[in-house]
Design a protein around this ligand. Structure first.
Ligand code: ZN
Length: 295
């Protein structure tokens, strides 16, 4: 768990170069749960914060965003290829073994070099632990807690996007080229963006606020697990049952795929938001004993 934080402190030139090389050899699409998906996840979460967490989040956000967490929820995607942050690039996803349809933390939560905890589930655990230091006060802080908040908020979105836990050989569906209605796309991008944008277009007159209201009204009920590994297990499960199912490269996906998958995307955005709020409410609760160690 400490290794991600540890990497922050080091400046291992060789390591960064190697990672860079991996990028050239195996280019991973830059797409991530679309801007809209992340913004909704963060807005849903922020609306559910209890007073202590609400105040802590306000304190950690830069003043220029006027207390709006969602304004910076896509920041980790914007900086992931910057030299300083290149080490965060493997933290946006998990590659699971082809056709296994399961997630096993010790088997799968590694980067391409095999470094442990370098995946989205590891990142969520690590940045959650960093945020617990908020209670220690402002002096002697070894972590940048503003960045920790932004990374946690972003990665809670990513881990709920089923194809972010997809198969290794197709890079989570990135190399499954197909058509989305008439446009060229790929399976990863369909789940990141195309389904959300199609829903906005077909049902909400492109008004994302209306779409989000519907998500909150219809999908935020229910008691959900707060076990981080289970978020990833859910995702690879959905990826197999609904993402990869009946899809082959060069297919054209249209109404059938859209109509059957859209409710799943809506639910995952809701779950990401509700669970992010659960984590933040516990991390920033006055009584530290309320914070169970995430497993
Ligand atoms: Zn991401």
């Amino acid at each position: 768990m400490g290794r991600i934080g540890g990497l922050l402190g080091l400046s291992p030139n060789g390591f960064v170069l190697l990672l860079g090389l991996a990028f050239i050899l195996v280019p991973r699409a830059t797409h991530a749960w679309s801007k809209e998906g992340h913004i909704m996840t963060c807005q849903i979460a922020q609306a559910l914060l209890e007073p202590e967490a609400k105040e802590a989040v306000q304190n950690l956000l830069p003043s220029r965003v006027n207390g709006d967490l969602s304004a910076l929820c896509t920041w980790p995607d914007q900086i992931r290829h910057w030299y300083k942050y290149r080490w965060t690039s493997p933290l946006h996803f998990i590659d699971t073994p082809d056709n296994e349809c399961t997630f096993d933390y010790s088997r799968d939560c590694r980067d391409q070099r095999g470094v442990e905890d370098m995946c989205v589930a590891g990142a969520i655990k690590n940045f959650t632990s960093q945020l617990l230091h908020y209670q220690d006060g402002t002096s002697d802080r070894q972590y940048n807690l503003t960045e920790a908040l932004l990374f946690l908020s972003h990665f809670m979105g990513d881990i709920h996007q089923p194809m972010h836990c997809g198969f290794t050989s197709d890079l989570g569906g990135n190399t499954v080229a197909l058509r989305w209605f008439k446009r060229k796309s790929n399976l990863h991008h369909v789940w990141d963006s195309d389904i959300i944008r199609e829903a906005a277009k077909q049902f909400y007159d492109k008004d994302m606020d209306l779409l989000q209201e519907d998500i909150v009204a219809n999908y935020t009920h229910g008691v959900w697990s707060d076990d981080i590994s289970s978020y990833a297990s859910e995702s690879i499960n959905i990826a197999c049952k609904w993402g990869y199912k009946d899809v082959e490269a060069d297919d054209t996906l249209g109404d059938d795929y859209f109509n059957s998958r859209m409710p799943i995307v809506m639910k995952r955005i809701a779950q990401g938001g509700v669970r992010l709020a659960m984590i933040l409410n516990r991390v920033f609760a006055d009584n530290e004993e309320e914070m169970a160690t995430p497993t």
